[in-house]
Design a protein around this ligand. Structure first.
Ligand SMILES: C[S@@+](CC[C@H](N)C(=O)[O-])C[C@H]1O[C@@H](n2cnc3c(N)ncnc32)[C@H](O)[C@@H]1O
Length: 379
């Protein structure tokens, strides 16, 4: 048995349930969905597995404690009483980040300074040391206040989990990899279903689908800050990486296609797919979306068409959304999943979505419009 801990997988608003499902699929049962985060009971090994496998989460934090704090005194004393020295070694670097929403203690810089002081105080007593050089591994602390409840956590991921390591070339407005993965999961795609992204840009949606289709852990190509922590046994990381490489499926053929009218971004998409190791799973085609066709009777179009963010572009994208409605209707047994910030998208597309979900693409409020086609006949 390894030590019981609580982990928090942070999520973009609207994606908490998707992240929670992924955590359950990893085998963790005690999972609580909250605003912007999913809290779950785990062990130290789960830090390795969660970072390697979670496709839709932003990052994984280790929860150190949670308490009510409406005064700086309460924040200081309660923080000092937490078991910091069971987690943080004496040589750790431990900067403190902060955020405060709807709370009495709203000065974030003051909260950060108080937490820093309280952690130092707790370390002084336990390590019997006055000065900490902070030259060792990074334990980035966060104090997050939400309605006067302070949650103290340590980041285990390092760079956000969307940074898989395959995107070597950027297109103009690439989708975050974890949002692309969430779109595919929300579309209930599986590797036996044909998938086309007619506006693939950097190739994020096709690449994420190929990784899912082959059951390749999204974090396989990168490192995590907690890999340098002395309190996580190196064997845990080794086992988790071995589990991930043994899980990848080789003998499956995927039908995934990415189209884009811009040859430069398509070139980058190919390089990205190569870097992700899935170039043979995706057929990239330089063409306008209006050439879309498929011999497959059933499939899913999952895409993020242009938004028309620049002034003067709006009319153009509205025309494009109307044309999408006409062209896609020819694939009348397919399902369509479209991410757009346009509030009149359905009107322009000419069809009411079966389902829609409010999401965020960075700071942009978007809707994920889902148009379900008929279910394929069961064999
Ligand atoms: C919002 S970006 C898609 C970003 C993409 N999901 C990614 O992760 O990089 C929209 C893409 O649509 C492409 N595009 C614009 N008009 C198009 C058209 N008529 N046919 C196909 N692609 C088009 C642009 O070149 C751009 O790459």
């Amino acid at each position: 048995m390894t030590q019981s801990i609580e982990l928090i997988a942070t999520a973009t608003f609207g994606l908490e349930a998707v992240v929670a499902q992924e955590i359950k699929d990893l085998g963790y049962e005690n999972v609580k969905v909250e605003n912007g985060r999913v809290v779950y009971a785990a062990d130290m090994k789960a830090i390795c597995r969660s970072n390697l496998w979670l496709r839709s989460a932003d990052r994984v934090r280790l929860k150190v404690g949670e308490f009510k704090a409406t005064t700086f005194d309460e924040l200081f004393e309660n923080t000092k009483a937490l078991p910091w020295t069971e987690i943080i070694p004496a040589n750790a670097a431990f900067p403190v980040d902060g955020k405060s929403v709807k709370s009495t203690l709203y000065s974030i810089s003051d909260c950060q300074a108080i937490v820093k002081k309280a952690v130092v105080e707790s370390m002084r007593t336990s390590f019997n040391k006055e000065w900490f050089e902070e030259s060792g591994p990074l334990y980035r602390i966060e104090v997050a206040l939400w309605k006067d409840i302070a949650t103290l956590t340590i980041d285990t991921s390092g760079p956000g989990l969307h940074k898989r390591g395959y995107r070597i070339e950027k297109s103009s407005s690439p989708l975050r990899e974890n949002l692309a993965a969430a779109m595919i999961m929300l579309a209930r795609w599986n590797p036996h279903i044909p998938l086309i992204d007619p506006f693939c840009g950097a190739g994020t949606i096709p690449i994420e689908a190929a990784l899912m289709g082959r059951n390749i852990a999204p974090g396989m190509q990168r490192n995590f800050v907690s890999e340098a922590w002395p309190n996580i046994s190196k064997s845990f990381w080794k086992e988790a990486r071995e589990e991930a490489s043994n899980s990848a499926t080789k003998d499956i053929s995927l039908y995934i296609m990415g189209m884009d009218s811009d040859p430069r971004v398509l070139k980058n998409a190919r390089k990205n797919a190569h870097a992700a190791g899935v170039e043979n799973d995706i057929h990239f085609q330089e063409s306008s979306f209006n050439k879309i066709s498929s011999r497959k009777k059933y499939g899913k179009i999952i895409c993020n068409p242009p938004y028309g963010e620049r002034q003067g572009d709006l009319q153009e994208v509205e025309g494009l959304y109307k044309e999408m409605g006409k062209i896609f209707s020819e694939l009348d047994t397919w399902s369509f999943y479209i991410l757009s910030p346009h509030s009149k998208f359905e009107q322009l597309f000419g069809k009411k979505a079966t389902k829609k979900r409010k999401l965020y693409n960075g700071n942009i409020k978007v809707h994920y419009y889902q148009f379900f086609g008929p279910a394929p006949p069961t064999k």
